[in-house]
Design a protein around this ligand. Structure first.
Ligand SMILES: Nc1ncnc2c1ncn2[C@@H]1O[C@H](COP(=O)(O)OP(=O)(O)OP(=O)(O)O)[C@@H](O)[C@H]1O
Length: 333
């Protein structure tokens, strides 16, 4: 079953620079889908639009971000189809967020109210999606969820600052998925953690899938080495666009887009700095998203660039089963 279908999604930031308005095309005509049982990794370097994509998929559009166009459909376990881009913010809050699609944003832990205990925060989260739930039901659900994910139920009585980085992240994940949504989006869930905590958080995420607390996951990270451990498919994002999507092993063994190739080479590097930054192997910078080039956005950094690459934008095309790429080297004209 396809839980999420994203088609031609665009979301731009409206920015005022010296009294002149500009649009930052952070997510530009992105199409992706998410199947039941899969973890889709979304990778790309800092600033390519990953967090904006997460917000746009949820339709959590707050100025200066604007929804420009595209369709996001979510199919529930019961087979209902919700078109998220057609719902009001209030409907999304009541009917969709937390219940059918949840997000653990970047730095989620630091966004929690430090003066409230975890149980109170969890109750507020549940109530914002379903105001018929009473406090003791929510608390029992939280305790059960914490223990089934290997956390002590005592966590419920703690304040956010009492939790270590890894434990805090696992608690945030448990709270975000308390209502067992079909889709979970996690944005850089392990970036700020030490290696051991990273492993434990990844295990918690996999446990969520195994126990069917969530049915599918979008795992956003700049770090392919982490993504490859959990994702069944990987989508590579560059300058607001998806440039390649394929099953994890396929994209690791046979990357087609020159940008993806650069990213893959970086995983093999012995230098931690190169592994972290990913794209150091490819000279140059990504283009400005205010006025991106009209052809392929990677053309200026690409050693294979041809005339057409600077003239026309390549569409994301399936070149072999399940393997799509947006690159003129691989698209038949
Ligand atoms: N509030 C904002 N106003 C204007 N531009 C923004 C705003 N937030 C982000 N951007 C721009 O949108 C683009 C995409 O940013 P986004 O945070 O989605 O990227 P990212 O891939 O998630 O990067 P990172 O991993 O560093 O968070 C960047 O060029 C960024 O500068």
């Amino acid at each position: 079953m396809e839980h999420l279908n994203i088609s031609n999604l665009s979301a731009y930031y409206r920015q005022l620079i010296v009294n002149k308005e500009f649009l930052v095309k952070a997510v530009d005509k992105v199409s992706l889908n998410l199947m039941e049982g899969e973890v889709l990794g979304v990778v790309g370097e800092s600033g390519c639009g990953k967090s904006t994509l997460a917000r746009a998929v949820m339709m959590n559009i707050i100025p200066p971000l604007e929804y420009i166009g595209g369709r996001i459909t979510l199919t529930t376990r019961g087979g209902n189809v919700l078109e998220l881009n057609k719902l009001t913010r209030n409907d999304l809050k009541k009917m969709v967020w937390g219940k059918h699609v949840a997000i653990v944003p970047q730095d989620a832990m630091s966004a929690l109210m430090p003066t409230l205990k975890i149980k109170r925060i969890a109750y507020d989260i549940v109530r914002s999606h379903d105001d018929s739930v009473d406090y003791s039901t929510a608390l029992e659900a939280l305790r059960n969820r914490l223990t089934s994910l290997g956390l002590s139920e005592r966590v419920a009585d703690m304040y956010p600052f009492e939790l270590s980085g890894g434990m805090g992240q696992r608690t945030v994940i448990a709270m975000a998925t308390l209502l067992s949504p079909e889709v979970l989006i996690v944005d850089e869930p392990t970036s700020a953690l030490d290696v051991l905590s990273q492993k434990i958080v990844l295990k918690t995420l996999m446990d969520l899938m195994k126990r069917k607390y969530v049915d599918s996951m979008m795992f956003i990270s700049h770090d392919i080495a982490t993504v490859r451990q959990v994702a069944s498919r990987i989508a590579v994002m560059y300058a607001g666009k998806i440039v390649e999507v394929a099953p994890t092993e396929e994209i690791l063994q046979n990357p087609l887009h020159p940008y993806t190739k650069g990213l893959m080479e970086s995983i093999a590097s012995l230098e931690p700095e190169v592994r972290m930054r990913g794209i150091k192997y490819i000279p140059g910078q990504p283009p400005s998203l205010i006025n991106p080039p009209s052809g392929c956005r990677f053309a200026d950094r690409c050693s294979y660039a041809m005339d057409i690459c600077r003239r026309e934008e390549p569409a994301l095309v399936e070149v072999s089963p399940d393997h799509s790429v947006a690159c003129w080297l691989h698209i038949r004209r």
